[in-house]
Design a binder for this molecule. Structure first.
Ligand SMILES: [Zn+2]
Length: 455
């Protein structure tokens, strides 16, 4: 292709013309800034964040698989992996305080860049001294890039990574008849804010600016999310576009790291897309893996049936010595498949969301505590669970609170479900270090799904 032709083609794809809402990135004059409470590693006055405060060590490897145990070092402390990362979308776990999350054994939390961009806004996050100071959490934090939320405005995505596409119509994924709220072009995404209806713009550079203002220990590059319903041709284009955006994210991240002195280093993870196609996943992983990222995210639409295989293809291509986060995992069997095939950290909103509806996870599967059967059941949700709820309260009490719509019901159920996943990953880690992972997995899954449980 000649240069002129290439330019012409690029011009065609240029950003649509919208009037965008002006975003404040600085606090108003006269704002009294809070005194920082925490002392993250590698933050020195007048100096860019020290990158050596971030790192990853591998402890044990699974035979013939990509799975491993290890430790991620961050400026706000270590994460023993594999590990479940609770989702604190709006800089809080819904209905649960950070003290309760600490008591629950949470090692880190993941907030959402898009939601915090919308509210309270990056100016507030930056003036607060970043996410850790703002939410009073002195352990590691993650933010996702906002790409998922922004792009799901264009299509009604399910909120999880793994999809069970059997029997699913395209209408289930593409919200037909709904107003399209997001538009992807070569440079980024324009979208209508669900909060106030204003037109906003996200791009590689804007996502980096927002995530630097939020200041989490680990952040993700801006990527284009596709669905399993997109055409092969579109998936190819999205992989190439995500690669170009990844390079722009790294450049902007380096610039902001140099510019924003006195702050701890924020690690940047590149995200691997490619849907269900082995060649595209391998291509995406080798492209993203060749760049100067601190770690990687396994994202995009994945068919549940081949979730483990997809992780395995990706980890074949990625450098082994960097951590890998599996974005938005859905279920207990997905966690096992993800760990076995190379995932180190996992986040999911499902345990908290389902808890608020009364669904609790136990070793014997997922069941609903709001059912009448539990009205007179004065045993804990799970007999040997060490969570705060099970140590202090009965099924009958949680049943009553949730039926009465009391907020405490959501709190107690969420604490139990979050502990379930945190503890599951603790047990998986021990089984890997102890050399009995396969036995543990088989016994655990057989019991969990024995009653035909979902989840
Ligand atoms: Zn419990």
């Amino acid at each position: 292709m000649t240069e002129t032709k290439r330019r012409k083609r690029k011009k065609k794809k240029s950003a649509p013309q919208f009037t965008y809402v002006q975003v404040d990135t600085r606090a108003p004059e006269g704002t009294v800034l809070p005194k920082p409470k925490f002392s993250p590693l590698g933050a020195q006055p007048g100096q860019p964040g020290d990158r050596s405060a971030f790192g990853f060590e591998i402890h044990t490897r699974l035979d013939g698989k990509h799975g491993r145990t290890g430790v991620i070092h961050t400026p706000h402390g270590d994460i023993q992996t594999p590990c479940f990362i609770p989702v604190a979308t709006q800089a809080t776990m819904k209905a649960v305080t950070r003290e309760q999350m600490e008591d629950n054994g949470a090692q880190a939390m993941l907030a959402n860049a898009f939601h915090l961009y919308e509210r309270p806004g990056e100016a507030v996050m930056n003036a607060a001294g970043g996410l850790n100071e703002f939410m009073n959490w002195d352990k590691p934090t993650f933010t996702d890039s906002g790409g998922f939320q922004v792009m799901s405005l264009g299509q009604g995505f399910k909120k999880t990574l793994a999809m069970d596409v059997e029997g699913m119509k395209s209408d289930d994924v593409i919200a037909d008849g709904k107003e399209r709220l997001a538009f992807v072009d070569e440079d980024g995404v324009s979208f209508k804010s669900p909060l106030n209806g204003g037109m906003h713009r996200f791009s590689a550079e804007i996502s980096m600016r927002v995530q630097h203002n939020i200041g989490a220990d680990i952040m993700f590059a801006f990527d284009e999310l596709t669905t399993l319903m997109n055409t092969r041709r579109y998936q190819e284009q999205a992989v190439e576009r995500t690669y170009r955006w990844a390079q722009r994210c790294i450049a902007e991240h380096k610039r902001l790291t140099e510019e924003r002195v006195g702050k701890p280093y924020q690690a940047l993870f590149g995200v691997v897309q490619g849907a269900n196609y082995e060649d595209l996943r391998r291509l995406a992983a080798s492209q993203i893996g060749s760049l100067d990222f601190d770690g990687f995210g396994i994202g995009g639409a994945i068919e549940k049936r081949i979730m483990g295989e997809i992780c395995s293809w990706i980890c074949d291509e990625l450098p082994e010595n960097k951590p890998r986060h599996v974005l938005g995992i859905a279920a207990v069997d997905d966690i096992f498949a993800g760990v076995e095939n190379g995932g180190d950290t996992f986040d999911c909103v499902a345990p908290a969301r389902t808890a608020r509806n009364g669904a609790v996870f136990t070793k014997d599967g997922r069941w609903n505590i709001k059912r009448a059967a539990y009205k007179f059941d004065f045993s804990p949700i799970e007999e040997d669970c060490d969570c705060y709820t099970c140590r202090n309260y009965t099924r009958a009490y949680v049943n009553h609170l949730l039926r009465a719509g009391e907020m405490t019901g959501a709190t107690l159920a969420t604490i139990h479900n979050e502990r379930f996943f945190i503890h599951l990953l603790e047990q998986i880690r021990e089984s890997m270090d102890g050399g009995y992972f396969a036995e543990f997995r088989d016994a655990y899954l057989a019991r969990f799904y024995a009653n035909g449980s979902r989840g």
